[in-house]
Ligand binder design. Structure first.
Ligand SMILES: [Zn+2]
Length: 239
């Protein structure tokens, strides 16, 4: 099978020479290469395929056995492969896995994505792959096992800061509504001929426009004047 041998050596040569760039990225056996590809859009077929694989893997638990039980096509593709030894300039060698299925072209992006995915699942550090970050949506390498939601202190702090601001604003709005509602209740007991919104606005320094909006949103109840207090002995409903 001289043709096949020629193909195999060509594959290895192109990998070694860097012509198959994406495979070369995977050479340092850390998670940096996977992270880099997951956070990138180019080459689009490779990145999107790898992103789907990793997302499904994460969703499974990660539980590789479960993932392969659920995805028969993937299970068939990863069942058999061949391994190429990619030596480094240190004492370490890196095993590059490629599927052997004849219907899969080894130079296709799909196969390369699969090779990267296999690199991840056999990596002893697989559990250190974190992401997507809750704020910036990037994948990252966890610095501690407790690091679950954010890629960095910066992203975590920004989100916490944002949450605090949102909480403070919500509290301020509740306080304002309470003040306006209390004043509206006061209006029902007064002898004033002013429409309730004008009177309440004067009392609370909250604009009529704000009060109208709050009423329209259903956040404020329209006050109803007490019949006995009303000079005309009619129910006077605020407008
Ligand atoms: Zn982030």
């Amino acid at each position: 099978m001289s043709v096949r041998r020629a193909n195999e050596s060509l594959d290895l040569r192109s990998i070694m020479s860097g012509r198959q760039k994406s495979v070369l990225i995977a050479q340092p056996s850390g998670l940096e290469a996977i992270c880099f590809l997951l956070n990138n859009k180019e080459p689009s077929e490779l990145c999107s395929e790898l992103q789907i694989l990793v997302r499904d893997w994460q969703t499974s638990g990660p539980n590789l056995a479960k993932l392969l039980r659920q995805n028969a096509a993937l299970a068939a593709r990863v069942r058999h492969g061949r391994t190429l030894l990619v030596p480094t300039e240190s004492g370490k060698g890196h095993l590059l896995w490629l599927p052997t299925r004849s219907d899969l072209n080894p130079s296709s992006w799909k196969v390369q994505a699969l090779a990267h995915f296999m690199d991840l699942v056999v990596n002893p550090q697989w559990h250190k792959l974190g992401g997507p970050c809750h704020r910036c949506k990037k994948y990252y390498i966890k610095k501690t096992s407790r690091q679950k939601s954010y890629c960095s202190r910066k992203c975590g702090a920004m989100t916490t800061g944002l949450a605090a601001t949102q909480k403070r604003r919500a509290e301020e709005r509740t306080n304002k509504l309470n003040r306006v509602q209390a004043a509206a209740h006061e209006w029902t007991k007064t002898q004033t001929r002013d429409p309730w919104k004008d009177w309440v606005s004067g009392e609370t320094k909250v604009t009529v426009k704000w009060i109208t909006r709050a009423v329209n949103k259903g956040a404020l109840k329209v006050p109803v004047k007490d019949v006995l207090l009303s000079r005309n002995k009619f129910r006077v409903e605020g407008k």
